[in-house]
Write a protein that binds this ligand. Structure first.
Ligand code: GLC
Length: 447
């Protein structure tokens, strides 16, 4: 059992190495003109964000010791598991070689374009061969560098590569006391910057850094500006999120879809059931149709959808996750032109359909097929033509200034789980239902 206990001496070895890393970090400089807060929507930010805006759909992967426990990645705190007991999950954390390749293949099959893997979650275990602590996957559990395997697998399947990194750490001795003890803060911030530096130095080009939970420090405490400066210095094309207490390049609504104001970039992250990390008994799965509807809503409002899998301790993908993502992916592949590179869409009101847009083309995605006609209220543009996406069959359109009425459709849904109709408009399609409410002729008194 002894070798599973990560002693204080081992950790201090990491702490001692950190200042060196920090010195290196200070030397890394971002390209001239870069705002280290990543907040300003400058030309450089637009350049770095372009692929991501087009991509729309990514895979989140939560994988760590909590997979071996199988009760959600918050179990260490939520069940108050003592550190020594928790460390023993390393014994059961045995991903089969090649697991990341299967994740990447599934991401591709789902129509996703990028992946974000937990490099270190709140539990503190590092999934790579770090020199700063021996609490890592090369020394315990798999005894391999999982990050190296993941990066290679993602690239082999044509996926952009992202790292999730939790600032909060329940394992490191300074993880909480850094808030009240300056010497501890110094050590822990050096350790943190050092770990991030390793991640962004040792694995080639990395596309996304996805910070998480900043407890217990603020931006000044974490030295977040310096952190981002180092990140951009090491990876000039990378994009970063907003969870190190700086705005970063994009916002991260969680388990909800909420567009940002003022054109700011955002990505909605979501679980497929109710858990990020593997939770054996969680069977509250979303349907493929819900996944597709969520992706459509994100694309409609100019956002991205980062959808999670929590692999089992052997690295296998929970069968339900695989089934749902393959089914959704089949649709996404057939309707890629309605999602990837979509523009913000100003048509949204309907109880049985949702919308995306590209240029002057409006895509009406009908999820509850109502019968042989469908209608859009308050579409202010003229529809030049309409067709069913899956068959190419053209659809009859009538417009009276208030209602855009599509008729002669099949009585049962022609496609599954969502049927899409493409409408060519004579300008950017815009919906105004207030106009309809105010101006649509009313009756006299009574009928
Ligand atoms: C939260 C949770 C965490 C999860 C993350 C994903 O911050 O603490 O477990 O990784 O959200 O967005």
């Amino acid at each position: 059992m002894g070798h599973f206990i990560i002693g204080r001496r081992d950790l201090l070895a990491g702490a001692a190495a950190a200042p060196l890393a920090a010195v290196g970090a200070a030397n890394a400089q971002p390209p001239p003109g870069r705002d280290p807060s990543g907040g300003a929507a400058d030309a450089d930010q637009q350049r770095r964000m372009k692929w991501w805006h087009d991509a729309k759909f990514g895979m989140f992967i939560h994988f760590g010791l909590y997979a071996a426990h199988g009760r959600h990645e918050w179990a260490m705190e939520d069940e108050a598991i003592p550190v020594a007991e928790y460390q023993r999950f390393t014994e059961g954390f045995k991903p089969a070689p090649g697991s990341p390749r299967k994740w990447a293949q599934l991401a591709k099959a789902a129509g996703m374009k990028y992946m974000v893997l937990t490099s270190k979650h709140h539990e503190g275990f590092c999934n790579w061969d770090t020199k700063l602590t021996n609490y890592n996957a090369a020394k315990f559990g798999p005894r391999r560098d999982l990050i190296a395997e993941y990066v290679e697998a993602a690239r082999a399947e044509g996926m952009r590569v992202g790292f999730y990194y939790s600032l909060m750490d329940w394992h490191h001795p300074d993880g909480a006391r850094c808030a009240t003890d300056e010497a501890a803060r110094r050590r822990f911030v050096d350790y943190t910057h050092g770990l991030i530096r390793e991640l962004l130095t040792n694995y080639g080009k990395i596309d996304i850094l996805w910070y998480d939970v900043s407890w217990p420090l603020d931006a000044a405490g974490w030295e977040s500006e310096k952190m981002n400066r180092m990140v951009f210095g090491l990876q000039p094309d990378i994009i970063v999120n907003n969870r190190n207490k700086l705005p970063g390049d994009f916002s991260t609504p969680e388990q909800t879809i909420k567009a940002e104001e003022g054109g700011r970039a955002w990505e909605s992250c979501m679980t497929l059931n109710d858990s990020w990390g593997y939770q054996r008994a969680d069977d509250n799965w979303k349907t493929p149709r819900t996944v597709i509807r969520n992706l459509i809503t994100c694309a409609r409002d100019g956002g991205n959808y980062l959808l999670n899998i929590g692999p089992q301790p052997d690295g296998g993908i929970p069968p339900e996750s695989e089934r749902i993502l393959r089914a959704a992916g089949e649709w996404v592949h057939r309707h890629g032109e309605t999602i990837y590179g979509a523009d913000r869409c100003r048509v949204a009101r309907n109880t049985y359909a949702n919308f995306t847009r590209k240029g002057n083309t409006l895509y009406m995605h009908v999820h509850f097929w109502p019968g042989s006609d469908v209608a859009i209220s308050g579409l202010r543009q003229k529809v030049l033509s309409a067709k069913l996406m899956n068959t190419g069959q053209s659809v009859a359109v009538a417009q009276d200034g208030f209602r855009t009425h599509l008729t002669g459709l099949p009585a049962t849904a022609p496609d599954s789980p969502v049927t899409t109709i493409a409408l060519e408009c004579d300008g950017e399609p815009v919906q105004d239902t207030d106009y309809v409410r105010i101006n649509k002729p009313r009756a006299g008194v009574g009928i």
